[in-house]
Design a protein around this ligand. Structure first.
Ligand code: CA
Length: 231
């Protein structure tokens, strides 16, 4: 039994109960708080292993709570999964930009929820917040930053320098969704004047070059891109 503590911030009792039931069944210790102010106090006091954060809260809303958690060096390492309503993609983009680790959109299945929680906790354990590992292996795709080489099924894939950096960032954090802004600043740098459409162009080129492994990079509609974590 893992006994990691998850703090659930959710003001709708029915949803909170479903979340609590399913996470407790997976062996997690679960605490439910129904408002943002109290949640902030509890997080500072108890430092849970993960925060599951509803964005629509009375008083201090989820995005503001997320911003405060990610601004404070003490609480920054605590992973945050946002729980969003359908059609809140702009909030998702904002939240990921603030440093939230992932999100699930309502209505979600218990399986989807527990899979996300497990994946984010696992990523936290391998400490993927910084630079991706030098050599990343996903299925039969190898991204090797040391040798500046990508192999797909043993065959070299010829990428431009920008395409390589982009694939390395995505593949180095499987399952993590990046917004176009985040990819831009990590891959191209802040100084170059480009629009976020360029990221789409680079992704398209990488997919084309990956051929049958093109599905490695998933489009997250209205948000950005992520690399699959089930390979
Ligand atoms: Ca709510």
């Amino acid at each position: 039994m893992n006994k990691e503590t998850i703090l659930v911030v959710e003001d709708e009792p029915d949803i909170a109960e479903i979340i609590e039931y399913n996470l407790a069944r997976e062996g997690y210790r679960v605490r439910v708080i129904d408002d943002g102010e109290t949640a902030l106090d509890r997080i500072l006091r108890d430092s849970p292993d993960l925060v599951l954060l509803d964005l629509m809260l009375p008083g201090l809303d989820g995005l503001e709570l997320c911003r405060r958690l990610k601004e404070d060096p003490v609480t920054r390492p605590i992973p945050v999964i946002m729980v969003t309503a359908k059609g809140e993609e702009s909030d998702v983009v904002l939240g990921l930009g603030m440093g939230a680790d992932d999100y699930v959109a309502k209505p979600f299945s218990p399986r989807e929820l527990t899979a996300r929680v497990r994946a984010v906790l696992r990523r936290g354990r391998v400490k993927s917040a910084g630079d991706p590992r030098e050599r990343v292996i996903l299925g039969d795709v190898v991204v090797d930053a040391g040798r500046h080489e990508v192999l797909a099924g043993g065959e070299p894939v010829r990428l431009t320098a920008t395409e390589f950096r982009l694939l390395h960032v995505l593949a180095g954090h499987p399952g993590r969704t990046f917004t176009r802004d985040q990819l831009l600043s990590r891959v191209i740098g802040e100084s170059v004047a480009v629009t976020d459409r360029n990221i789409d162009v680079h992704v398209r080129m990488i997919r084309k070059k990956l051929g049958p492994r093109r599905e490695l990079i998933e489009t997250v509609r209205g948000v950005g891109y992520r690399c699959r974590d089930d390979l």
